[in-house]
Design a protein around this ligand. Structure first.
Ligand SMILES: [Mg+2]
Length: 245
């Protein structure tokens, strides 16, 4: 593990807290819908939301409908599909940007290559397409090749590699932008953003929060633009537990 230290405790008056979901608040499962929340997670998030004056949001690559299922009966301000979907206040409706036209071409290309019995699994998030190879790690190279071929010659899309996934999504959509848009509104505005995430797709978020006087917290190993590091999901929960006091 690198030389980054553990993050300081949150300042409830000064910080706005942004949390990634998979790999940060919950561990991974072969089926993304099969993950399990650690006991106490919901209560901890709810307590933090209160102590933060509402300035807590989830920033995920998942669709918000999926996040909401796991956190029911609560809803939180959140960005889904890396910011393609946004909800500014709990209980409000979700604002979804229209997906770029090129995504349809990429979807068609991948649909021709990845059939029902393929060891690779294609997930269609509407504005983003994800090739999963968690259950078929030997297929990683093919997954990346297929993703590259799917966006070849198309404008406005980019390929991002994550934990056992290759994801195609709109070029101008990323977690840094998602946090920036939430930061423009109450109760986030005027606070310093803190973002906790584990994956390469979180690096845009780390860069953004640093530019606004806040800090990033990288979960797990790897090169990062974050200022601090926590070892794993249980370490995140311990830090949040302390911070909720
Ligand atoms: Mg993650």
């Amino acid at each position: 593990m690198g030389e980054l230290g553990e993050p300081p405790l949150l300042d409830h008056e000064r910080h706005a807290l942004f949390l990634d979901f998979d790999g940060t608040l919950v561990g991974f499962a072969d089926d993304p819908e099969g993950i399990e929340l650690e006991p106490g997670t919901l209560q901890r998030l709810k307590a933090l939301q209160t102590s933060q004056g509402g300035a807590l949001a989830l920033i995920s690559g998942r669709a918000l409908a999926s996040i909401d299922r796991f956190l029911a009966p609560f809803t939180f301000p959140a960005a889904g599909v890396h910011g393609q979907e946004l909800r500014f206040h709990p209980g409000e409706s979700v604002e979804a940007a229209p997906p770029p036209a090129a995504i349809e071409v990429a979807r068609e290309r991948l649909g021709l290559e990845i059939g029902a019995h393929d060891p690779l699994r294609l997930e269609d998030k509407g504005a983003a397409l994800v090739i999963h190879y968690r259950t078929a790690p030997h297929e990683e190279e093919r997954a990346l090749e297929l993703a590259e071929a799917a966006i070849a010659g198309l404008d406005g899309l980019r390929l991002v590699k994550g934990h056992a996934i290759a994801e195609i999504r709109p070029q101008n959509v990323h977690k840094g932008k998602a946090i920036e848009r939430l930061m423009a509104r109450s109760p986030f505005a005027e606070r310093a953003p803190v973002f906790v995430g584990d994956d390469t797709t979180d690096e845009d978020g780390f860069r953004f929060v640093a530019s606004r006087g806040g800090f990033g917290v990288k979960v797990g190993e790897g090169e990062t633009a974050a200022s601090y590091r926590l070892a794993d999901v249980p370490a995140v929960h311990r830090w949040l537990q302390e911070a909720a006091r």
